[in-house]
Design a protein around this ligand. Structure first.
Ligand code: SF4
Length: 224
């Protein structure tokens, strides 16, 4: 299917959205998305996963090499670190929905070998993919939205957002009742040495503890 563009000529996933928004219908429709060019070099669409009424939604940048091959979000080393820290801070994985601002893996070939190297998505690609995330937010209606890393944070909270400056703070936003940003777990794994990795992991734990505290408050639990 040829790529469709919005009326103003920019690439967008909008024409591929189903009429009825449910997680299964979105997942099926997203599998055939050609809203921008990123599908061409990826194995498959990697849509968000989790309960349809999850209390918290984590949004990363894009699927990585593992996720692209397996078709599920946050199943590689970064996902394992996220899972580990969720357990550590006491967030129940069954209350968590995980997704990305971009649903296809963007990569370039390593100069030597066959490795596929992650390539940061362009702002236009994040914007093109945004209808999927908006639909996920509409269906799931999380009480807490957590942006993981700069691409997600700047894509959702504005280009001027700085994770280094504003991580762990509650950000006023109409995307969810409580919105926060923190580092992406893959950046912790890329830390240059063990000491910095430990420090960054501790900061990540500190931020996710705040999310756990928010979830434990009555005002973010689902009405019975
Ligand atoms: S990255 Fe998003 S908009 Fe682009 S083709 Fe994939 S699902 Fe569609």
């Amino acid at each position: 299917m040829a790529r469709k563009k919005s009326q103003d000529g920019f690439p967008t996933a909008a024409p591929f959205l189903p009429e009825r928004l449910t997680l299964p219908s979105l997942q099926r429709a997203a599998a055939g998305c050609r809203g921008c060019d990123l599908w061409k070099n990826a194995t498959q669409t990697v849509f968000g996963e989790g309960p349809s009424k999850a209390l918290v939604m984590f949004v990363g940048e894009q699927p990585g090499d593992y996720e692209d091959r397996q078709g599920h979000p946050f199943v590689g080393p970064a996902g394992q670190l996220l899972d580990e820290v969720l357990v550590e801070v006491g967030i129940d994985r069954s209350e968590v929905y995980v997704t990305n601002v971009v649903k296809h893996f963007k990569w370039e070939a390593a100069q030597r070998g066959k490795r596929r190297i992650h390539k940061k998505p362009r702002h236009s690609e994040i914007e093109a993919c945004r209808p999927w995330l908006d639909a996920e937010l509409t269906v799931v209606q999380p009480q807490v939205l957590v942006c993981l890393g700069a691409s997600a944070a700047q894509g959702l909270l504005g280009k001027d957002f700085r994770v280094t400056r504003d991580r762990g703070k509650l950000i006023p936003s109409d995307l969810a009742p409580q919105v926060m940003a923190t580092a992406h777990p893959s950046s912790i794994l890329r830390a240059p040495d063990a000491q910095q990795r430990e420090q960054q992991r501790a900061e990540f734990v500190r931020d996710l503890k705040k999310v756990a505290d928010l979830l434990s408050k009555k005002n973010v639990s689902r009405a019975a």
